[in-house]
Ligand binder design. Sequence first.
Ligand SMILES: [Zn+2]
Ligand SMILES: [Zn+2]
Length: 552
Amino acid sequence: MDAIFSLPPALMILYAEIHYTFRLGFSLVRTDFPEIIADLPWRIEPGQKIPILCLIKDADQYPIFLDEIVVTAQWGGKGSLSRSFPLDPEPIKAHFWHRILEFPHEEIPPGPVRIDVLFLGRRRGRTFRFYNDNYRRLSHASLQTMLACDPLPNMSDWHPGDPHIHSSFTEDQAEFGAPPEATGQMARAMGLSWTAITDHSYDLDDQPRNPLAHDPELKKWRELVRRISNLNQREKDFVTLLGEEVSCGNARNRNVHLLAYGVPNFIPGSGDSAEHWLRTEPTLNLREALEIIGRAGGLAYAAHPEEFGSILEKILLRRGPWSMKDYTLPGLSGLQIWNGTRDHGLARGLARWIQLLLRGKRLFIIGGNDAHGNFNRFRQLRLPFIALRESGKQVFGRVRTHLYCPGGVSHEALLLALRKGQAITTDGPFATFQVQNERGQRAFLGQSISGQEITVEILAKTSREFGALERIDLYCGEIGGREKRIRNLRRGRDFQDQTKVNLKERYITIRRSSYFRLEVETAAGERTWRAFTNPIWINPAPGIEKDDEYQG
Ligand SMILES: [Zn+2]
Ligand SMILES: [Zn+2]
């Protein structure tokens, strides 16, 4: 093992680990302090307290006394509120230490709020004070949040969540996430009702404190399973799904990422771990991984499949793209095409998904953020050991998947909705639709129905936070043919209401096996937000063509 070349993956999206120095023994960001970080959700659902996450890492190597944390909120021109949180007199010596301070919200009006977290303490007899984090060369700028005036746009029986987040169990040379317990609390405060923790297969099989050493006993994995199960027993109306981001080999034997949900056992995959120089061979190929997931009763989505990494990742980590061969393997439920930002990865993902639908593949889409902690903004190593960077990308909960669980959220209900494609993906508005055939039968997202004269009932909703409804597009794809936008509804022309639209498009004639799907856009000034639904399939000739995949 040659540590110099154990470069961290270039797509790293976590809190920055600053203590790891390679054998060069040199790092401009290294200090002899533990990492001290404050974080909070980027939005707060009405009625929720403001949870301030304080995280200290590596205090086992660099113990400190933390005497007091002072949180100050400022809003408007001169609104201000401060609270002091005294702490235990014992020194902090844990590898991972965290507290969630509950800051009152009652006195703060809805709208943007700036929050500063002052850490006061001592190390080696000297006092210190840090604002917001102690990373050198970062801004220490105030954290920003938004006390929402309305709940997330949604409908009853639908549950927003984030299907792709990393926790503190993703911890390696360059990055680490927040503890699963903190993730749940932050998610709930921002208005989510579930999240799936999907740590990397190549991190879950490491020795607890040594990311470069494999642990045949899988202590980390077992600990994660235990913690998530405890968490779910404690929480009501919030579910943390156990997931895994499995590295496995595509058709060309290059590493791709697969999200596995509902699998009780660990699935190995360390091809792109960067833990062993030049050992980048995938552990399992996609087909094998999908078989394992299927046998275990779980389900699988391709993780950010059309987001291409850097040249360095291709060369050093043998990462590669998904091909049609990969997407059409049995056992794949769908694609996580939206990964935190509206970028080329989403545009290509959407194009690829449509291509697959037109070939008759019944695949679904979901959206998440691939956040590693980062509830507010994103801090990571840019060039390892030289500089850190911050940005607003890949922040937890920005892109959400709403799942239809009519009996309320539970582990089983969420998995069922993911399996059946009863999901919509959005960074703002809520949108769904159902169809009715000439005999009055109905079908819902992810389902299929027979019929030739189809009525489509559309529902779209937004709130002041996510702009006004501007555009509702209904698409129809003919299997084996092309996808067309068959309705292009605009506010002012086809509907008037800014916040809620419920309309019927009657008697759309279907001649070939087809699907419908919906896209909705809202806008406020320059900013726009978007929602995508999963399809409903229509079969014009019952009994002749099966509901199944088109064989063309
Ligand atoms: Zn990934
Ligand atoms: Zn990930």
